[in-house]
Write a protein that binds this ligand. Structure first.
Ligand code: AMP
Ligand code: MG
Length: 513
């Protein structure tokens, strides 16, 4: 790999603590601390993402140094490792300084005029680890590795995963927070993004009243990652930037709704300023349609981050960001207007997205009612979200109510079945109003509705096997996720088997990772 192409722009531009001291602490004057990854005795590379490596300019694995790099060992001199400080609102409350508690940056790789940041997740403690160990377990590392790539191939903006290695270390985790800690295998994922900057990076500088740094970081972000914002002699530069952040966040959230993704922990420290899906923890693809669904056991009581609330919460998070960057803009009215528009645009884009899923060429006035009724039916009947749209993806006359039983998670009574058949009839009637051909409509549906989604139970099975050194399922899923709009793996294109209905790690997940 071309490790010599790795640079450290961030650490050259911003104030940092170069002591290398990993003691957990507040770092009020700096934006990062240099930190060395932990020493792992026997690391094992499980997988390397060659396509991504090529794309970002790293190239192929050539020697032991390259393999060592992927598990953060014996690093070359030009790679100066560091952890950044950020803050955030967690579950609606100000949490103060957080920071990279188990992510360590290697810096950025330059490929032409494109730059990509590289991080290890799980490579050891940093000053921001608070009371935790800076490690990650194989279970959660597989979940991040596969899901971030699955999202990429689904066309959802996301951070990506370059490699998965085992550290050879045991890590202690209490998965159910039940007072039963267990030994698990440690692992490290190398992940990449154009930038890992979060809302929380800006919230931290704002809370510290470091206005100059706030401006400097915003300028850095605009110049490097927001080509759509003109940065020179632009009196509305920061307003345009906030608008761009809202636009990108909106696109991401609509994509989450399109594919049925629930993030699970939408705290502002887990919101990318670039509008990328970031920090894959207790996330889940939705099986049975349920607006109240949250996979995160920590979030169960309030369901703040449930599937149906993700639009509203992203709006809340953006409002929090607006407060943080207010000193750069100093105009509450204009920020409020942008936030208001976000709320309105959300429904416009959401309707457009649903129209694509249904194969409609446009949203008609009557569709609002149609979509609302559809949503209510899905909620009442708890039909499988992904399989439902596949049943619709047929020549209209061939859609049959009886074929939908593959989407049922329980037996439906007569009234419920009637609801479904009534809906199908309405759909068939509505489809006649299309101005495009049946083929065009089916093509639109086929590129919008996934055939393969990385369901939690599939991940669960892959993890169980991988913990026993069997990676067959892991690699099969990795292959399947590369073509999510094709039915290349019909064995995975099925609803969740009932034995997984209440399985910890499948239908319910904790933040323990
Ligand atoms: P999360 O809820 O996973 O986004 O994490 C919130 C904060 O806790 C972030 O600052 C993380 O870096 C930190 N954190 C989570 N897990 C660990 C861990 N095992 N070791 C150190 N820090 C952690
Ligand atoms: Mg996080």
């Amino acid at each position: 790999m071309k490790l010599n192409l790795i640079t450290q722009k961030y650490t050259t531009l911003f104030p940092g603590d170069f002591s290398g001291n990993t003691m957990q602490r507040q770092t009020p004057d700096v934006m990062f601390c240099t930190v060395k990854p932990a020493d792992f005795e026997t690391t094992e590379l499980i997988d390397f993402n060659e396509n991504l490596a090529e794309e970002i300019g790293l190239g192929k694995i050539e020697n032991q140094t390259d393999k060592d790099f992927l598990s953060a060992q014996n690093l070359p001199e030009n790679v100066q490792t560091y952890a950044t400080a950020y803050a955030g609102h967690q579950f609606g409350n100000w949490a103060g300084q957080l920071g990279d508690g188990r992510a360590i940056y290697a810096g950025e790789i330059q490929n032409g005029n494109h730059q990509t940041e590289i991080q290890w997740k799980g490579a050891g403690a940093t000053p921001y680890s608070r009371t935790a160990d800076g490690r990650a377990v194989l279970r959660s590392s597989i979940r991040e590795y596969l899901m971030s790539e699955a999202m990429f191939y689904l066309g959802v903006p996301t951070t990506r995963a370059l490699s998965l290695s085992k550290t050879g270390e045991d890590v202690i985790r209490d998965i159910q927070y039940s007072g039963n800690p267990q030994k698990e295998q440690g692992a490290v994922v190398v992940r990449t993004a154009e930038s890992f900057l979060r809302f929380g990076h800006f919230e931290l500088l704002s809370a510290r009243k470091q206005g100059d740094l706030l401006k400097q970081l915003a300028d850095y972000a605009i110049e490097n990652f927001f080509p759509e914002v003109s940065s020179e002699n632009n009196p509305t530069k920061y307003i345009d930037w906030f608008q761009a952040i809202c636009d990108r966040t909106l696109k991401m959230i609509i994509d989450w709704y399109r594919v049925g993704f629930v993030h699970g922990v939408m705290n502002t420290d887990n919101m990318s300023i670039l509008g990328l899906t970031i920090d894959y923890g207790p996330y889940s693809m939705m099986d049975g349609y349920d607006l109240e669904f949250t996979p995160n056991t920590t979030d169960l009581p309030g369901r703040r981050y449930a599937f149906g609330k993700q639009g509203q919460i992203s709006h809340w998070n953006l409002a929090t960001l607006a407060n943080a960057i207010f000193p750069l803009i100093d105009n509450a009215e204009v920020l409020e207007k942008i936030l208001d528009d976000f709320g309105k645009q959300f429904w416009v884009k959401h309707d457009n997205m649903l129209a694509d899923k249904f194969g409609f060429d446009e949203v008609l006035a009557e569709d609002e009612k149609f979509f609302t009724e559809w949503q209510q039916m899905m909620q009442d009947l708890n039909l499988d979200y992904t399989l439902f749209f596949q049943q619709l993806e047929k020549p209209t006359s061939e859609i049959k109510t009886e074929d939908f039983k593959d989407c049922f998670y329980r037996n439906l009574n007569e009234i419920e079945l009637k609801k479904l058949s009534d809906f199908i009839e309405k759909y068939q009637t509505r489809k006649l109003k299309n101005n495009i051909s049946e083929k065009e409509s089916l093509d639109l549906m086929s590129e919008t509705n996934p055939k393969f989604i990385l369901r939690n139970y599939l991940l669960y099975e892959a993890i169980q096997d991988a913990e026993n050194e069997n990676y067959e399922m892991f690699f099969k899923l990795k292959k399947a996720l590369e073509n999510p709009y094709e039915n290349f793996f019909p064995e995975f294109n099925k609803k969740r088997p009932s034995k997984y209905d209440n399985q910890t790690g499948s239908s319910q997940l904790s933040c323990s990772s």
